[in-house]
Design a protein around this ligand. Structure first.
Ligand code: G3I
Length: 464
């Protein structure tokens, strides 16, 4: 009986020590709001955004951190068609959550990006399919699209800065290039079609069903329709096309040519009451890169090609996990250094092309929250601590900043040395918000070990 009691006491105490240790670990995971603000560091060049879900905006500390660093917000998932209207007419609940996020953002001078209206993924089936999974007709799908965009873009009209109107319409890989000018309309053949499993687009499939080719119709018309419906539903919002693998030569060209052709078509559209304004006004470079093969030169070429279309360019979903596609790597010291250098080189490109860039948005706040968390892709680690990548880009902004050059506090690290060698940015002083967190974890673990010893002694005393 005594032995049982001792074991029970021991378990209780160990559990207490464990919960104590866990709560102190959680306390140690705190955002450090004494760090330089990202949006301020880049304010002369472009705004800085990140993702936030409605529930996160309701969390005081996360919200505070967001306001400190960012002036653009994109909902990571909440504003996608699958989450807004699972069944036709089922809008209210989603609008209620999203209104909270949008109003919170606007109250805090944060612009909102609507992500996204028309996508092959995370989209409610009723928009494009019959109950048995077969595609709706072109006319039915078009009606649903118009209703969806009118309702959603209409609901948020005046509060959304820009919409990602169509997301990822092109195939993951576009392997060829057009032979111009004979290949006019080449980009249409690079789109997701009704075939290809995960690569397929239900919008393309429905727009192919009941098509009148003799009248010049094409399944890709869904893209043009989406932009026109969005323009009519919220004329204030800037309309974007958004895609990934945008730095590959083929995909870059496909995205650019599509933008040019849709804008040319809009010029003679009777619904266009502002001929000076483009229809596809922005191209979103998702910027989901990898440390193993990211080439800042191809990023630069892409920005330049997109700017040539006359559209604005935004970096919409930036992250750089360690490793390569299909093979994440650990956050070793070497990988962290490599990642930091890549972030610095990328921002060097962005700053030099700031005239073409409307905004730079990161796709995630701290590493463990990322959709690619295995590759530790962001500026903050899983304990919310800054990584060298953060220091590198902030130092770069200060180093290049014209106003810093004339400020009273001349940064000492501004001048290259005589040999022209690269000078490491200074260590920024980091004052952890809760620097007593880590020692408390040690104390809590020590308490657990002490409990263990006491438990063993109690058991053995009884035995004797
Ligand atoms: O909400 C459900 C939850 O109820 C369920 O228990 C759980 C089980 O897996 O899944 C949860 O849904 C997940 C959702 O994220 C919310 O966390 C989905 O499985 C998961 O697939 C979904 O992933 C999102 C992904 O888009 C879907 O395509 C990522 O969070 C989101 O970061 C990612 O974002 C996309 C952009 O919209 C477009 N560009 C590419 C980018 C990365 O894929």
């Amino acid at each position: 009986m005594q032995k049982k009691k001792a074991v029970f006491t021991f378990i209780l105490m160990a559990a207490f020590a464990l919960s104590l240790s866990m709560s102190f670990t959680a306390a140690a995971r705190e955002w450090d709001l004494t760090l330089p603000s990202l949006k301020e560091a880049f304010e002369e060049y472009f705004p800085i955004g990140n993702i936030l879900e409605p529930g996160e905006a309701a969390d005081g500390r996360t919200a505070e951190m967001f306001i400190h660093h960012y002036n653009f917000v994109t909902a990571e998932n909440a504003m996608k068609p699958a989450n807004i209207a699972r069944t036709p007419g089922d809008w209210d609940f989603s609008f209620h959550r999203l209104d909270f996020l949008v109003d919170w953002a606007l109250e805090n001078d944060i612009n909102v990006v609507g992500h996204t209206l028309v996508w092959h993924s995370q989209s409610a089936d009723w928009l494009t399919k019959n109950i048995d999974g077969t595609p709706l007709t072109r006319a039915e799908a078009r009606d649903n699209m118009e209703r969806y965009i009118n309702t959603v873009a209409g609901h948020f009209a005046g509060r959304i800065y820009s919409w990602d109107v169509v997301n990822e319409a092109f195939l993951t890989s576009v392997g060829s290039l057009p032979i111009t000018p004979a290949d006019e309309g080449w980009w249409r053949h690079m789109l997701r079609t009704e075939r290809g499993g995960n690569e397929a687009s239900p919008w393309f499939a429905a727009y192919a069903n009941g098509i009148d080719e003799a009248a010049g119709e094409h399944p890709s018309d869904y893209i043009y329709d989406a932009f026109v419906f969005a323009r009519l539903a919220d004329p204030n919002a800037i309309l974007y096309y958004n895609d990934f693998n945008e730095t590959s030569a083929g995909k870059r060209e496909a995205m650019a040519q599509m933008t040019e052709e849709l804008n040319a078509r809009w010029l003679s559209d009777p619904r266009n009451d502002d001929p000076g304004r483009l229809l596809v006004e922005g191209i979103g470079m998702q910027a989901h890169y990898w440390t193993s093969d990211l080439s800042p030169v191809s990023v630069e070429l892409t920005i330049m090609r997109f700017a040539e279309t006359g559209a604005r360019v935004s970096i919409t979903e930036l992250d750089i996990p360690m490793g390569r596609f299909g093979a994440f790597e650990e956050a070793t010291e070497e990988n962290l250094r490599k990642q930091a250098n890549l972030y610095r080189d990328l921002f060097d490109v962005f700053i030099r092309h700031a005239d073409s860039i409307e905004r730079v948005t990161f796709w995630g706040k701290a590493d463990h929250q990322s959709w690619r968390h295995q590759g530790s892709p962001l500026l903050f680690d899983s304990n919310f601590q800054v990584k060298d990548s953060f220091h590198q880009i902030v130092a770069l902004a200060q180093w290049l900043s014209p106003s810093d050059a004339v400020s009273d506090n001349e940064p000492e690290y501004n001048e290259p040395d005589e040999e022209g060698e690269e000078i490491a940015p200074p260590e920024l002083e980091i004052i952890p918000e809760n620097d007593s967190g880590i020692p408390w974890v040690i104390i809590a673990i020590a308490a657990g070990v002490l409990m263990l010893i006491i438990g063993i002694i109690l058991i053995n005393v009884k035995k004797v």
